[in-house]
Ligand binder design. Structure first.
Ligand code: RUB
Length: 273
């Protein structure tokens, strides 16, 4: 079970920061050797502080039930705050697949709001298709664009909503590669950019000036047999500058990145102990 979960996280069979953290929680709870589980799960993906925070919390408090309850309540709060941003006749733009964004959109639909979603496909793994499939199953109108059509996808949008993998002490949000590109296009067209996330994606080690490592994946994901001499860059994530972010929607409220960081630090002394 443990090795399978670690392999599924590495191969992106389990993807998205929240799902990764939750799968790791289940695997840690089931594991007999907690230290081994901690070690293997912790290293499964580098740019995932939610995963690391959850594992650190479990090793300190060993209370997964309390954590599940907290996360269930927190999810509802994020859904409520996020759905509050969606109004009739909006075009909502999103990139990649964020379960947090999708839950918000499904709730807005339940509230009988009428809106359209523009999603970009997100090469090389096409997580945008997961987004599009889930939204269409929820009867939400969705149009998929190739990544290089991002300008078309964004120019008439009313709001951009993305997830987060990590948030650093200087207010940068790290999310799927392309996120800062899309946020820059959004800014160009006056489209507000909201990041929808649990606050535990904050990385406490960045307070001590450790850099958040950006995961680099196999070049084979992009080109299985490239000609000799062609170098390939395959960063999984990128940093979004705080100036491009209108607000971070999390269970502790809707805040500018700098306020979010100081609130998370205040509320989570255990992260630094
Ligand atoms: C997924 C991704 C998502 C965040 C947030 O990347 O960048 O936007 O993880 O997801 P990958 P969630 O597919 O490489 O894991 O809101 O579900 O936590």
């Amino acid at each position: 079970m443990l090795d399978k979960v670690v392999a599924d996280i590495k191969s992106l069979k389990i993807q998205g920061s929240q799902s990764v953290a939750e799968a790791a929680m289940r695997a840690w709870v089931k594991a007999r050797n907690k230290k081994e589980a901690y070690r293997k799960l912790y290293a499964a993906r580098p740019t995932e502080p939610f995963l690391r925070n959850v594992l650190d919390y479990l090793m300190k408090h060993d209370d997964a039930d309390a954590l599940w309850e907290k996360f269930a309540v927190d999810k509802q709060e994020i859904i409520k705050l996020g759905a509050g941003k969606i109004r009739n006749d909006m075009i909502v733009y999103t990139h990649c697949h964020s379960s947090s964004v999708n839950r918000i959109l499904v709730e807005a639909k339940k509230q009988k709001k009428k809106f359209n979603v523009h999603a970009t496909e997100t090469r090389p793994f096409f997580q945008g298709r997961i987004t599009a499939r889930q939204l269409s199953e929820a009867k939400i109108s969705v149009t998929l664009f190739i990544d290089s059509a991002a300008r078309l996808a964004l120019k008439d949008a009313d709001i951009m909503m993305i997830g987060a993998d990590a948030i650093t002490a200087d207010g940068y949000v790290i999310n799927k590669i392309g996120s800062e590109l899309m946020a820059t296009v959004a800014k160009n067209y006056g489209v507000p950019v909201y990041v929808c996330t649990h606050s535990w994606k904050f990385d406490p080690k960045t307070v001590f000036e450790f850099e958040e490592e950006i995961e680099q994946r196999s070049v084979k994901e992009i080109w299985s047999n490239p000609p000799r001499g062609v170098k390939i860059s395959n960063y999984a994530f990128e940093k979004v500058h705080p100036d491009l972010i209108t607000g971070i929607i999390s269970e502790i409220g809707v805040m500018k990145p700098e306020n979010f960081v100081s609130e998370v630090e205040k509320k989570n002394a255990w992260m630094f102990g």
